[in-house]
Design a protein. Structure first.
Length: 117
């Protein structure tokens, strides 16, 4: 599972580490987190390319991080519940994590996601 760093825009916070599973095929993006009961802390699913998500048939709420082409955080949709939809037109990719992870890791708009492995 690839590792990524969250480089915080403010610069005064230490980088946060994430373990991300990549979903880059149409089937993997469509399936998303369906079938998962939960996600461990610090883990997520990176959907590329993607600018919208659905939580149909999901079992738990998620935090959605929308990224631009430079992997900068454009927008965060926290606590997206089962059966909801979310969209961010300018986004190039999306990271889905368990609800509350963005707050726990202090991820905010302007932060940079950088793959390290």
């Amino acid at each position: 599972m690839p590792e990524a760093l969250v480089l915080h825009a403010a610069g005064h916070r230490p980088a946060s580490r994430l373990q991300l599973q990549l979903a880059h095929t149409p089937w993997a993006r469509l399936r998303g987190l369906l079938g998962y009961k939960t996600l461990p802390a610090g883990h997520g699913l990176w959907l590329r390319p993607c600018n919208s998500v659905h939580c149909w048939f999901m079992r738990f709420a998620i935090d959605v991080i929308y990224l631009d082409e430079q992997q900068r955080v454009l927008q965060i949709r926290a606590q997206l519940r089962p059966w909801q939809l979310s969209l961010c037109w300018p986004a190039n990719s999306v990271i889905e994590m368990a609800a509350g992870e963005c707050q726990r890791l202090n991820i905010t708009a302007g932060d940079q996601i950088q793959c390290v492995a």
